[in-house]
Design a protein around this ligand. Structure first.
Ligand SMILES: C[S@@+](CC[C@H](N)C(=O)[O-])C[C@H]1O[C@@H](n2cnc3c(N)ncnc32)[C@H](O)[C@@H]1O
Length: 229
């Protein structure tokens, strides 16, 4: 397991407990691979049209590689929010990062232009209430002409195939990426399966808060760009 010291948490004074999901997440992709993935995604989903001075927050930002991608694209007013002090501590960029729960955003009403979520919503513990609450908070914080962009796992045939392959022991032995993917899936199974198992409910909640401007499902992902109602 790589980066073990980076993922130790001091839950009990004097005793450090490794977090196995975070350790797998950190070895799934290198920071540079993740940054390049986010840059390509942002370009595909409309970032070139956003003003460079737009106030942008990445929610569930983890170690902040999405924030670095935004910096590299020339955005100047960027913030991140995440619940993990261990992941936030790894961020080395210039964006301001806040330790907070995205179900209660630490921002005033109508204060942000763009809110981004990349792979965070499926970690919410209780659906539909937590999703409804998170989207309500995003709606509250967004300016009238603001944009929401999120990319989350979606149960397409491609995703089912990747899960099947990544669980095979010989594949896990050969590919550390597949092993990391299977490990993450194992530790987030409850929220992940809850998320993948309710696609119609999830789409309905999203549409209750945001008007879709662009939406597509591909390669095991739901890509959504919208404006607040
Ligand atoms: C799969 S990671 C995504 C991180 C980042 N967006 C990325 O793609 O690299 C999910 C993140 O959600 C965070 N998280 C889970 N529940 C949260 C909550 N209620 N509020 C804020 N962050 C949360 C976790 O700490 C973790 O960093």
């Amino acid at each position: 397991m790589e980066n073990t010291t980076d993922t130790l948490k001091a839950d009990t004074p004097g005793k450090l407990i490794p977090d196995p999901w975070e350790a797998a997440y950190l070895r799934f992709e290198t920071p540079e691979q993740e940054i390049q993935k986010f840059i390509a995604r942002l370009n595909r989903l409309g970032a070139p049209q956003w003003p460079r001075h737009a106030e942008i927050v990445e929610l569930f930002c983890g170690r902040g590689n999405g924030l670095i991608a935004l910096e590299r694209l020339g955005f100047t007013r960027i913030e991140g929010v995440d619940l993990s002090p261990r992941l936030l501590a790894q961020f080395k960029g210039s964006a301001k990062c806040t330790l907070a729960d995205c179900r209660q955003l630490p921002f005033p009403d109508r204060s942000k232009d763009v809110l981004i979520v990349q792979g965070g919503l499926h970690h919410l513990p209780a659906l539909p209430n937590d999703l409804d609450q998170t989207f309500s908070e995003m709606q509250r914080v967004l300016r009238k002409e603001g944009r929401v962009m999120f990319v989350e796992p979606w149960c397409t045939p491609f995703l089912t195939f990747v899960h099947f392959i990544s669980e095979l022991p010989p594949v896990r032995r050969i590919s550390s990426k597949m092993d990391a993917f299977a490990t993450m899936t194992h530790y987030e199974r409850r929220t992940y399966e809850q998320w993948l198992g309710q696609p119609e409910l999830i789409k309905k909640i999203a549409r209750a808060h945001f008007v879709p401007v662009h939406e597509h499902f591909a390669w095991g992902k739901w890509n959504f760009v919208g404006t607040p109602h």
